[in-house]
Design a protein. Structure first.
Length: 134
């Protein structure tokens, strides 16, 4: 079974449906590549998937290790490069303040986050600069 289905809807936009849930979203070309930035671009989705995967893995790790995971906010800045056009760098800020983890728990959580499946799937040439705040 497919993971997602896509339909081109014109004006550099695609409707993407998550097959299992039926959830739909629209992607759009970015302003710097002929689009109107009315939604996530494909490379925005990649950047968002990266931080979402990291935090999901933190949640799974905490569940499996009986650690409270009460709060997290994160942001990602995507930096593009040309020749070839690609995501050259992600600048990620993860605010985990207030979870009251020990230094040892924090180190294990960082290792788990950075081993997430998306991190393991992107090009090793892409620079990922991560700031953690505990």
């Amino acid at each position: 079974m497919a993971t997602a289905k896509l339909k081109y809807i014109g004006d550099l936009k695609c409707e993407i449906e998550h097959v299992y849930s039926g959830t739909k979203m629209v992607s759009c070309a970015p302003l710097d590549n002929n689009g109107d930035a009315s939604s996530f671009s494909p490379t925005d989705l990649l950047a968002s998937a990266y931080i979402s995967c990291m935090i999901t893995i933190v949640g799974i790790y905490c569940d499996q290790n009986n650690l409270d995971f009460n709060r997290c906010e994160a942001s990602v800045n995507k930096i593009m490069e040309s020749g070839p056009r690609r995501v050259a760098k992600l600048e990620i800020d993860i605010d985990l303040e207030g979870n009251n983890w020990s230094a040892e728990e924090q180190a294990r959580i960082i290792r788990a986050a950075e081993a997430c499946p998306v991190a393991q799937s992107v090009s090793k040439e892409m620079i990922v600069d991560i700031t953690y705040r505990f």
